[in-house]
Write a protein that binds this ligand. Structure first.
Ligand SMILES: [Zn+2]
Length: 167
């Protein structure tokens, strides 16, 4: 990519954002972790906001489009899909172009459920799927101070940033 131009460092950055509405159900899947909740997620796949934001960050870092292009909701093969497979697929795309993820920083936005107790397992899942150390994966959480759709408990949002370095 930029390796021929010494003025541009061999790093890339990407960011992603995702939202899902709450619906019928008794659990959410966040960062590959099944989190008990009085609502479920309305989504074609497992509706994992953290992993979807991460995939968009990874794809965005190499200007490879977005998750909707790579895993179209209209495609029946992604119905109920485990989003960890999306992450592994994106990681493979990066590897094929000679890149790997250096670190990930993600923020989950919701009033409930509490994310903190599950964050270590989420970090482990992401680190495992990317082949990096858990201390290179950050999962943070915040509320939106009861404002907006997340504040009203209508859904959940996540943002993610990742840095790519040459493999
Ligand atoms: Zn999503």
């Amino acid at each position: 990519m930029n390796s021929s131009n010494p003025a541009i460092p061999d790093i890339r950055i990407g960011q992603g954002f995702d939202v899902h509405a709450f619906g019928e159900g008794d659990h959410l899947v966040i960062g590959g972790v099944r989190v008990p909740h009085e609502r479920g997620i309305v989504a074609h796949s497992d509706g994992d906001v953290v992993l979807h934001a991460l995939c968009d960050a990874m794809l965005g870092a190499l200007a490879l489009g977005d998750i909707g292009q790579h895993f179209p909701p209209s495609d029946p093969q992604w119905k109920g899909a485990d989003s960890r497979a999306f992450v592994r697929h994106c990681n493979q795309l990066l590897a094929e172009q000679g890149w790997r993820v250096g670190n990930v920083d993600a923020t989950v936005v919701c009033e409930r459920p509490k994310i903190g107790p599950h964050a270590p397992a989420m970090r482990d899942n992401i680190a495992s799927d990317l082949g990096i150390a858990p201390d290179a994966v950050s999962i943070k959480a915040t509320t939106s101070e009861k404002l907006g759709f997340t504040g009203r408990g209508e859904g959940i949002a996540a943002q993610a940033v990742c840095l790519l370095v040459r493999a």
